[in-house]
Design a protein around this ligand. Sequence first.
Ligand code: NAI
Length: 331
Amino acid sequence: AKEPVRVLVTGAAGQIGYALVPMIARGVMLGADQPVILHMLDIPPAAEALNGVKMELVDAAFPLLKGVVATTDVVEACTGVNVAVMVGGFPRKEGMERKDVMSKNVSIYKSQAFALEQHAAPNCKVLVVANPANTNALILKEFAPSIPAKNITCLTRLDHNRALGQISEKLNVQVSDVKNVIIWGNHSSSQYPDVNHATVMTPSGEKPVRKLVKDDAWLNGEFITTVQQRGAAIIKARKLSSALSAASAACDHIRDWVLGTPEGTWVSMGVYSDGSYNAPAGVIYSFPVTCKNGEWTIVQGLAIDEFSRKKLDLTGQELTEEKELAYSCLS
Ligand code: NAI
């Protein structure tokens, strides 16, 4: 039998946490033969609710779930974890300045970086979900220098999956037949959902999305804005932000990272930029990646047209500005 993997979920008493922990305990994230021990962290005002989630996990009698740690102690939460999904953060409230929200999250991610660096298992894989996701991940990376930079990522898989969903609806094809869309840059409305290399499996073989959609105005306009603004549309409809789709995307992200992407398929992940595609280096930027043996690699050599170039630069610029803002909060 496999040794259990310890998975940390911060902000586990929140909305995404409530959708995510049962998925992990059912094997959606790491496989149906992989036992798990869940570590759940939240802050003291949410301690009672967190304990309620723990009670429900016991009541669900998940065969793969070998233990639950529910705590408000960061060190206890981080000890021995192999995977860390960082969902906890300070939300933007009405009337708050960007800088104030950034400042709160910088201090949270700085202290959680210290705890992970000192107490997580060696080679722990980190996924930051909480917004501003790319910059929170960058702060975590900066303050956990002994964790390899390649182990620290942020979630843009939800945006990637939203793009697949939009193409599948437009063409009336199965979403599982659509692949290789790309989310470039920031997990914010400046992100660039790119379909220039995306394909659909049809009865007569793989076809480019551009050839099948035949509606460039839609692909260059409404498609992009729909994906960019989908989060706001969900809030408007549900009066709450996306939770089940975010939790599902977090499972997809970790599963593909650990178990590998299928041959010929890439996915989008926010990773520490080496300047590929002339994106700014030294920020967490979303790229197309393939994964093998627990490591991601940026897909190289894709053609970037002029329309795309501008969009890659714009979202890169926003990330550089966010980085500066985050650093100004440190001093
Ligand atoms: P929520 O407000 O329901 O839950 C957040 C939880 O984090 C709360 O239980 C809160 O007590 C906890 N928390 C706050 N500070 C903490 C700390 N220092 N340590 C541990 N826990 C802490 O929010 P929800 O809906 O679950 O969303 C969580 C985050 O995910 C938000 O920042 C949201 O913007 C972000 N998000 C990111 C997406 C992505 O695609 N990257 C998609 C959807 C949401």
